[in-house]
Design a protein around this ligand. Sequence first.
Ligand code: GLN
Length: 229
Amino acid sequence: LVSTGFGFGAKYVVGTSADFPPFEYVENGEFVGFDIDLIKAIAEEMDFEIEIRDMSFDSLIAALASGNIDIVISGMTITPEREEVVSFSKPYWTADQSVVVRDDSELTVTVLFGKHNIGVQTGTTGDLWVEDNLVKTKILTGDFKRYDTYVLAMTDLVNKNIDAIVLDAPVAESFAKVRPVKIVGVIKTYEDYGIAVNKSNKDLLNLINEGIARLEESGRLNELNLKHF
Ligand code: GLN
């Protein structure tokens, strides 16, 4: 186990996929974003240390289950499938999915139908949504491409290798500010983000939930909100 104890200065390894602005990304060689500030604030409040480790989104749950990391904060949606493997904190955010195309594209939300090429990040709720609703139903007949990171997907979209990406709405908005892409539709999925820990780590989960509650109470969570959104 990576952890050295419980609370009181214990050190926990936090896994994240730092390509999900404004929740987690790298700026000047540092991990920054809402999630990064949130886990730092919880650690400070509850008196533990953290070390942040960047990994592909798709490997986070397995790393947590095997004990390679202690905590996941990565804009991760609480889903019944994931809850079978790991435990989630109470929700700290709610998001929907957005459909993004190139700025110069004539395509609308109907890009999801017929012979278009759609990209997602592997293992995300966007991936599952497209698979279940468009691929299995054969509503989408073009290519369905999965990427390790949204950064790679965005580059492929800009290079005209795919026609659209389905991804979490707040992150789509973030990318639209810095890349030549725009949002043409929102899919109301009402996803709750939670912080995940190993199922056997009830104490750590309590610590995190207590931390979130205190930050809510003190208004600090709201300050983080204003800072990043
Ligand atoms: N919220 C989405 C999910 O949990 C995407 C998260 C992400 O890509 N970091 O699958």
